[in-house]
Design a protein around this ligand. Structure first.
Ligand code: FAD
Ligand code: SF4
Ligand code: SF4
Length: 489
């Protein structure tokens, strides 16, 4: 072998950049911010991968992926320029690659385990996943997806968010007849009603849902379980039920003045913008008037989405009010960075005390107080402590409350023997089984508000357990197991 061929390739220390819309322009539109990579860049990025082997004492990228994608195998195919084979490998485990390539917190998941990332920037696994899903979407549309012969078993999935869609896609691939019951007019859950268009275009979610439909899944929209039918009624027609109804119940501050005009939950605000297309007023008849100043309370992804959406709706100043410091902001770093680039003002180490009205009952100011950090609390983060006498005022015509969401209570309320925890989540064992035989649950309704990929990981585990339940072993844990689980959590 010639000497130069034996030399190891020099590692490119940084990820290849992804072009983005200029912040000055993008705050005037709802188009996607990162614009994707071309084939040449994707191949160059893939060549940064060392094709590491997993070992009992060696964790690699795959150990950080909750849906168990064979990451080195798909990256190898990208290195070879075989994109069709690469996306096939991803699709074996992952039902929503175009979504996860955009919103998965990969910095803490797969990329957090990447060996290259120990000394350099990790391989851009999320970007490669996005590239492949986008490449696939631009190929001529394939027809029905091949599935095995029908098993004769029927499954009902309640809720068409990432958890429910994962269960539906995985069970359809195993030959079961799956029907998804979705309360809203579109499937996708938070992916359609919560995450804004500039982070995740809705057309992409619809195309992923279409892929799942092409594997034979039936989707019934505008179908609220707990109103039209109950889980008990579903069990008469279906062999098993999966509940993936999410955590869509907004948490409130309960501070004085919270019911003033102009104060709303992040959920209501984002739903009006995303689902009812408030940003396309007057083409759509549901405007959201935000005024000149918007204050968003909270520091997670939801808060960043509210603050950035407000700018795009035309406010002059968008402020994030968060009670801890920059280091504790729970939002993804990329989202914080994008918000900062767009001019969102971060009022950190500050918490609201009350909301102040004008003469007509509209909010006009938020009274806030400065905080300092004390010892770590139960969450492991340092506890914010008020600095007495440090109160100050911020003008606001709109206040958005983005401090968290709780589990949707309708299904637990209408299914009497479904055990819940004190937080209102459905109690499940490690396989996603609930206290009711034949009923499984996962995603935010079981874990509390979390992430897309963790909801999908739950869905994957539950689908595996449901397949086993439907085909080989229909035994069920004793009631005491769930009694204990509901008390522990
Ligand atoms: P959901 O996505 O909530 O879906 C539940 C579905 O069930 C919904 O479609 C709902 O309409 C339906 N449903 C509810 N009740 C019923 C009923 N009774 N009958 C029938 N259907 C019902 N995570 C990330 O990983 N990255 C991000 O960048 C990110 N950003 C976010 C931004 C926002 C604004 C929000 C709100 C969340 C964000 N998350 C993010 C969190 C993530 O979206 C959720 O963890 C994930 O969607 C949970 O999936 P799920 O399937 O459990 O529930
Ligand atoms: Fe990484 Fe998320 Fe893709 Fe898994 S799904 S490989 S964790 S980006
Ligand atoms: Fe490639 Fe990183 Fe995975 Fe190693 S850990 S195989 S370098 S992506």
């Amino acid at each position: 072998m010639p000497e130069e061929e034996k030399k190891p390739k020099k590692l490119v220390p940084k990820k290849y950049p992804m072009p983005e819309q200029d912040p000055k322009e993008r705050i005037h539109n709802f188009n996607e911010v990162p614009m994707g990579q071309d084939a040449q860049t994707a191949i160059a990025e893939a060549q940064r991968c060392l094709q590491c082997k997993r070992g009992p004492n060696r964790k690699v990228c795959m150990d950080g992926c909750p849906v168990e994608i064979e990451i080195p195998a798909f990256i190898k195919k990208v290195q070879e320029g075989d994109f069709a084979e690469a996306i096939k490998i991803i699709r074996q485990k992952q039902n929503l690659p175009a979504v996860c390539g955009r919103v998965c917190p990969y910095e803490n998941q797969c990329e957090g385990f990447c060996i290259v990332g120990k000394k350099n920037e990790p391989v851009g696994i999320g970007r490669l996943e996005r590239f492949l899903a986008d490449w696939e979407r631009n190929q001529p549309l394939q027809g029905k997806i091949d599935v095995p012969p029908p098993t004769g078993k029927k499954v009902a999935v309640v809720g068409g968010g990432p958890a429910g869609l994962t269960v539906a896609g995985d069970l359809a691939k195993l030959g079961h007849k799956v029907t998804v019951f979705e309360a809203l007019q579109y499937c996708g859950g938070v992916l359609v009603y919560g995450i804004p268009e500039f982070r995740l275009p809705k057309a992409i979610v619809y195309s992923e849902v279409d892929y799942i439909k092409r594997s034979g899944v039936e989707i019934l929209n505008d179908y609220v379980i707990g109103k039209l039918d109950t889980v008990d009624e579903l069990l008469k027609d279906y062999d098993a039920v999966f509940v993936g109804t999410g955590a869509g119940l907004p948490d409130w501050t309960n501070l004085p003045g919270e019911n003033l005009n102009g104060i709303m939950s992040a959920n209501e605000f984002l739903t009006r913008v995303n689902l009812m297309k408030a940003f396309k007023f007057p083409d759509y008849d549901t405007p959201v008037r935000v005024g000149e100043r918007v204050v968003t309370i909270g520091g997670g992804n939801v808060a960043m989405d509210c603050a950035r959406t407000s700018l795009r709706l035309g406010c002059k100043e968008s402020v994030i009010l968060y009670r801890r410091s920059d280091a504790e902001l729970p939002a993804r770093r990329e989202e914080v960075h994008h918000a900062q680039q767009e001019g969102v003002r971060f009022e950190l180490l500050a918490a609201p005390v009350k909301f102040i009205a004008d003469d007509c009952g509209n909010v006009k100011q938020v009274e806030a107080i400065r905080m300092q950090l004390g010892e770590p609390d139960a969450s492991g983060r340092r506890r914010p402590i008020k600095i007495e006498g440090s109160n100050f005022l911020i003008d606001a015509q709109t206040v958005l409350i983005a401090i968290g969401q709780s589990p949707n209570p309708l299904v637990p309320m209408t299914t009497p023997d479904l055990k819940t925890t004190k937080e209102g989540t459905i109690a499940v064992d490690e396989a996603g089984r609930t206290s009711k035989k034949g009923v499984f649950a996962g995603g935010d309704i079981a874990s509390g508000a979390a992430t897309v990929i963790l909801a999908m990981g739950d869905g994957k585990r539950a689908a595996r357990a449901m397949h086993k339940y439907l085909t080989e072993d229909s035994s069920w844990p004793a009631p005491e197991v769930f009694e204990k689980l509901s008390c522990e959590m």
